[in-house]
Design a protein around this ligand. Structure first.
Ligand SMILES: [Fe+2]
Ligand SMILES: [Fe+2]
Length: 481
């Protein structure tokens, strides 16, 4: 069968030959009803009957892989899509460097690989759960549609990991696939596996920050798994990355449009001081210092997702050829890392210092550094928007020692500048750095739904172009009465 085009003749669209793979087709078909129950329970609340202008993948060819149409979300064709197999692909790092990439799971790495897949899989439905209440306060139909697009694609990413579990891990893979539908974001007894995926997403600014910062962690993880010597994992991650790009677009433009609207409203009202929050808020926009606080929160929660800076798990996964570095094949070194070092930020005698560690155990730190560099570029693009309006304010990433719960700095209190402080100072000043209860209340108050085609809430600018080049007043969601 053609692996570029997707077979829509089965209940589960796919380019992995499911029709000829009856055992896996049956396994997935028996998982499907539980997935739909989960989607109805935990998916976008109040919009399951609405027609949403969504894109669906119809091929894995980078050109023209998607088609757009109105779909009720529960009828979205969640499929199994892998990037085409590359002839002669090799293991590109670790102790198996140069061996042919594996088409089956190497027995010795079964548990490690399953764990990597389950952790990735767990994040996908978690974000849908976190975002399920946002539809009712969408600032426009355009934004509502983007939210739902992200949600159905996270659902598809869950399918991607569940396929690998069913196909390659037998009985325990099936159990893990069931557990992915059992855990719930924020639940007491069965929480999602990673911290940031148990936090609430209470408003649309949080959603945009989440898709900018937390989906970008997802991108970095997928990039490293796309390097995997286990070829089916690599191929599935490569296709997921094409979808992930839209999630980060939603985040970056969402924050960008919020910032732009704030600055434009300030200019129009003749407010020069960005810290005059009361006056700025009275304009029905979100003041820039509060946007900075939201940025601080979501960036630091996302940094925690990289795990401990120094980690033997990361070293083992690399040695085994299962999880590589960002852009592994573009890096010029031995791809074994047996003798090299990497500088790691650590607490030494109460001060933050760079210390050389063996590169192999410092892989989480390296990936986090690559992530920070990627985030910083986006922040600079936001600053360009502010600069153009002439408002004297700059957004910035806080220091990695600030507000951490995992790794070197978890027991440290630090200012956003990285300066270490005592607990009393932290308690006194933290509301200047992280969203306070009253900041949250203000934003929630502002989140009034706007459902007229082409209209936008007071706090956000309209986008430069529509989705699928649609005109400004396009009805992206036909809300069911
Ligand atoms: Fe995802
Ligand atoms: Fe995503």
């Amino acid at each position: 069968m053609d692996i570029v085009n997707v077979d829509y003749s089965t209940k589960i669209p796919n380019n992995v030959g499911l029709t000829e793979d009856r055992r896996i087709l049956r396994a997935l078909e028996s998982w499907h009803p539980g997935y739909l129950d989960w989607w109805m329970d935990m998916g976008p609340e109040g919009f399951q009957e609405s027609l949403v202008y969504l894109r669906t993948a119809v091929s894995v060819d980078p050109k023209g892989w998607a088609k757009f149409d109105y779909v009720r979300m529960p009828e979205y064709r969640w499929g199994i899509l892998l990037a085409p197999q590359e002839e002669g692909r090799k293991v590109n790092f670790g102790q198996h460097l140069g061996e042919p990439a594996w088409q089956d799971v190497p027995g010795e790495y079964r548990a490690m690989l399953r764990r990597l897949i389950v952790i990735q899989g767990d994040t996908e439905p978690a974000s849908v759960e976190q975002q399920r209440h946002l539809g009712t306060t969408a600032p426009s139909l355009y934004d509502m549609r983007n939210l739902f697009q992200v949600n159905v694609e996270e659902g598809r990413h869950l399918w991607a990991m569940v396929y690998l579990l069913h196909k390659y891990f037998g009985r325990d893979g099936r159990d893990e696939a069931d557990d992915l539908l059992r855990r719930r974001s924020g639940s007491e007894d069965a929480p999602r596996m990673l911290g940031a995926f148990n936090e609430a997403t209470p408003d649309w600014l949080s959603f945009f920050m989440f898709t900018f910062f937390t989906d970008r962690d997802g991108k970095m993880q997928l990039e490293s798994l796309a390097q995997s010597g286990f070829d089916p994992l690599s191929r599935t991650c490569r296709f997921m990355l094409t979808e992930e790009a839209h999630h980060m677009f939603v985040g970056e433009t969402g924050v960008g449009r919020t910032v732009q609207r704030t600055c434009e409203a300030m200019k129009a009202a003749g407010i020069a001081d960005p810290f005059d929050t009361e006056k700025v808020r009275a304009l029905g926009v979100i003041d820039l210092p509060t946007i900075q606080k939201k940025l601080n929160l979501h960036y630091t929660l996302s940094l925690d997702l990289f795990g401990s800076e120094v980690s033997t798990n990361a070293a083992n996964a690399y040695n085994a050829g299962l999880k590589g570095r960002f852009m592994e094949t573009k890096i010029e070194d031995d791809h074994r890392l047996e003798a090299s070092n990497y500088p790691v930020l650590k607490m030494v005698d109460g001060a933050v210092k760079l210390i050389d560690e063996p590169a192999l155990t410092a892989l989480n730190m390296r990936l986090r550094d690559d992530y920070t560099a990627d985030c910083a570029k986006g922040v600079e693009r936001w600053n360009k928007i502010i600069e153009k309006t002439g408002v004297p304010f700059r957004l910035a990433l806080p220091h990695v020692a600030f507000h951490r719960q995992i790794g070197e700095f978890r027991n440290v209190k630090a200012r956003p500048t990285g300066e270490v402080i005592d607990g009393a100072t932290w308690e006194r000043e933290k509301d200047n750095w992280l969203p306070s209860k009253s900041d949250g209340d203000f934003i929630v108050e502002l989140m009034k739904p706007v459902v007229e085609p082409g209209e936008f809430a007071s706090w956000i600018a309209s986008p430069k172009v529509g989705i699928d080049n649609k005109p400004g007043d396009f009805e992206y969601v036909k809300i069911a009465a």
